[in-house]
Design a protein around this ligand. Structure first.
Ligand code: ATP
Ligand code: MG
Length: 574
């Protein structure tokens, strides 16, 4: 079903500079991007060195690397200060534990400058860092530390109760970031030790293929997988941050993702810092007003967020936007979930900016299919494969399908940031590959121009009366209805039709959940998309179940609907 809107939004003034991009993308090979790193000449590899010290030792020494703001703090750190603070953190970790190269160190705390010092400090020490969302409960923390045999964790006094140290025999130390922490055999007062620590540290040198971060996936489709990335991912993160995020020397870049999600490290830390850019980090919870205020106060120019956030901002109404000066924004991007054309339309209307969709996964470690450079945007499409990446639609045996056929979205294996293993699960790792193809688990088609159109997770594609329907198209149509702010669509088994389409929808304020409205919504999809795509059942919800990274959990909707076990809920929002 290829009925998605195909309007093209052309390049606009102030958009990416085509000449810049073409210079580097022509005949591009990933090796071309290696030259910039110190290790290219020294042979000594460490991603934290390249992200921090390389700039601290250059003309960027006094350039701001990080702005941080929450309700209580407002701080700025230059690259030089970042070098000192991450050195201190590395010293604290080293002096108070037996942590060494390759050991797993977890970070379990809300966003704060200390999180970034600790994460980069852990990398300087050569450990593999596993960032966790602060909202995880004890079970989720236990599973991840147990699975990866973590040696240490960094957390806060508020979260300490959720670290079941007595059940984790391999866990040697708990570094607590707080005021007057009481130290024990196991517990170290991180801030106190930071004050005493030297700001000189001899970075531990690694191999390109040594581990860097261990990210557990979002848990949208099942039990999260421990995805290990290596140092070499930096090559792709550096280059894609240039092509896709379009980072330039003078930019103020804001990635709204928490480091508990791969976006919050790959493009919340590495992409910008490898490029010597200035980032804003906003702590605390989402509030529409705070977000717009931050863009105005810091003069944010490049903004990377997610559909769920854009939909929340949309839901808050456009009147609010006029109260802020958002004119500095020049490049806006989205990731994590399908970006509905309705949201792209809204972005043009209110920010006068095209929202650039980007598709990639925890497992890919970096951007894969994106609206990059200055390419024209087709709303509803994820864009094209970035240079250096070969993407295709394949069938279940790995045969490449012709344009406009729905199938498995696949990538030719071997790109720099590709995961190198699933922790403790070789079988799972192997199951991603058919021959030379990495098969993503997403269903999509590619059009004649090489644009990819997301249809849904392979398991979520609905077969109704012999038609294959991607939930995304139905959800996007539903979002165009004036009453609907969010929608999740599933297939529900039906003896006659195979499956029927069931939609769960949340309404904008002021709309009543009536039977007439249901009928109106049904007609709306029928007329706007196709009769067979109209949901036979509609259920109103105050909100939809989502992961911490903001993804609608369709498997949970399905389990609720069919009275099945809900499976792993460790990553679900409250
Ligand atoms: P799990 O693997 O544990 O089920 P997850 O797949 O949601 O969770 P992530 O690695 O965070 O974990 O997300 C990757 C997935 O997110 C992709 O496979 C895809 O389904 C979805 N996704 C990411 N970006 C986009 C996008 N731009 N458009 C559509 N879907 C996207
Ligand atoms: Mg996944």
């Amino acid at each position: 079903m290829a009925t998605m809107e195909k309007n093209i939004i052309p390049v606009r003034e102030g958009d990416f500079n085509l000449a810049d991009y073409e210079k580097t993308a022509k005949d591009f090979k990933w090796e071309d991007a290696e030259r910039e790193f110190d290790w290219y000449t020294t042979g000594k590899v460490n991603i934290a060195h390249e992200a921090v010290d390389r700039h601290a030792d250059s003309y960027r020494k006094n350039k701001v690397a990080l702005y941080y703001r929450d309700a209580n703090r407002s701080e700025a750190y230059t690259y030089d200060q970042m070098k000192r603070m991450t050195n201190k953190a590395a010293n604290v970790l080293k002096a108070n534990s037996t942590l060494e190269k390759g050991d797993r160190l977890f970070i379990f705390m809300p966003r704060s400058p200390e999180l970034y010092f600790a994460l980069l400090g852990g990398l300087k020490l050569g450990t593999i860092v596993g960032p966790l969302f602060e909202a995880f409960m004890e079970g989720a923390v236990y599973d991840r530390l147990d699975d990866s045999e973590a040696k240490a964790i960094i957390t806060t006094p508020e979260l300490l109760d959720r670290v079941p140290a007595d059940r984790l025999p391999k866990l040697e130390k708990i570094f607590v970031v707080g005021e007057n922490v009481e130290e024990t055999d196991k517990i170290v007062d991180f801030n106190k030790r930071m004050k005493e620590a030297s700001h000189h540290f001899e970075t531990v040198w690694l191999d390109k293929e040594d581990g860097s971060v261990l990210h557990y996936t979002s848990g949208s489709t099942g039990r999260p997988k421990g995805v290990m990335h290596v140092q070499y991912a930096m090559v792709q993160q550096l280059q894609t941050a240039r092509w896709v995020l379009d980072l330039k020397e003078e930019d103020i870049y804001w990635c709204t993702a928490d480091p508990g999600w791969v976006t919050g490290t790959a493009y919340g830390i590495f992409g910008p810092m490898l490029n010597g850019a200035t980032s804003l980090i906003l702590g605390g919870r989402f509030r529409t007003e705070d977000w717009y205020q931050a863009i105005e106060d810091y003069g944010v120019t490049v903004w990377y967020s997610a559909p769920t956030a854009f939909r929340m901002l949309m839901g808050a109404g456009n009147a609010l936007i006029n109260e802020y000066d958002l004119s500095t924004l020049r490049h806006v991007l989205s990731v994590g979930e399908p970006l509905n054309p309705e949201v792209v339309k809204w972005g043009l209307e209110v920010f006068d900016r095209r929202i650039h969709d980007t598709w990639w996964m925890t497992e890919t470690g970096g951007h894969m299919i994106c609206n990059y450079g200055s390419m024209p945007i087709k709303p509803g499409s994820m864009g094209k494969a970035v240079p250096g990446i070969e993407a295709a639609i394949v069938d279940d045996r790995g045969n490449v399908l012709p344009p406009n056929s729905m199938g498995n979205l696949a990538l030719r294996k071997g790109w720099p940031a590709m995961m190198r293993k699933i922790w403790n699960n070789l079988e799972k790792y192997d199951s991603y590959f058919i021959g030379d193809w990495y098969v993503s688990g997403d269903s999509a088609y590619m059009d004649e121009d090489g644009y990819f159109w997301f249809q849904g997770r392979v398991d979520d594609v609905i077969m109704t009366s012999g038609e294959r329907v991607g939930p995304f198209e139905v959800e996007s149509k539903l979002l165009e209805h004036p009453a609907i702010v969010e929608a999740g669509v599933i297939g529900k088994p039906d003896p006659v039709r195979g499956e029927i389409i069931k939609a769960f929808v949340a309404l904008h304020e002021g709309y009543e959940p009536t039977d007439e409205l249901k009928e109106d919504i049904r007609q709306f999809v029928k007329k706007g998309l196709a009769a067979h795509a109209a949901p036979r059942e509609i259920e109103f919800k105050d909100k939809l179940p989502k992961t911490r990274s903001g993804k609608i959990m369709r498997r949970v909707l399905k389990a609720w609907e069919l009275d099945l076990p809900t499976g792993d809920l460790s990553t679900m929002e409250d």
